[in-house]
Design a protein around this ligand. Sequence first.
Ligand code: RP5
Length: 161
Amino acid sequence: MGGVRVAVMMGSRSDLPVMEEAVGLLREFGVEHEVKVLSAHRTPTETAAYAAGLQGRGVRVAICGAGGSAALAGVVAAHTPLPVIGVPIESVLQGLDSLLSTVQMPPGVPVGAVGIGRPGAKNAALLAIRILALEDADLAAKLEGFHETQRRRVLEQSDVV
Ligand code: RP5
């Protein structure tokens, strides 16, 4: 399959250790992706231009990680009609500020916000994969395999006493 299907963005290089969780899953599922550091506040013009160009390039979903006054996902959602998933990154306020900044969008401009930090980054990738799997039977089969493996792992360790 050609072309980038998921754009992973983050507000700073310092977000990369968390966002690697999303990137790792996209790689594992063989989903074509690209990864960019672009900031809603520090590079507003470039962020808007990049977001506005995503759909025309065939990208289907954007994942945006940011911390603190985390405007990135919202700004991207304002510049593209694509589904945007926001990952709140841990911050000096343990990510609660990032979570609220990401999730409290005004009505009319949706961002699908996931949980704070690494678990959220993983779920962001899985949510993007679910969206793509609606029109990709191979990906849907891989996703089913992933959930089956997860189910078996839990059941193998089910007997505590
Ligand atoms: C946000 O500010 C970034 O997403 C990052 O989480 C946070 C701190 O950025 P740095 O000062 O580490 O570059 O915009």
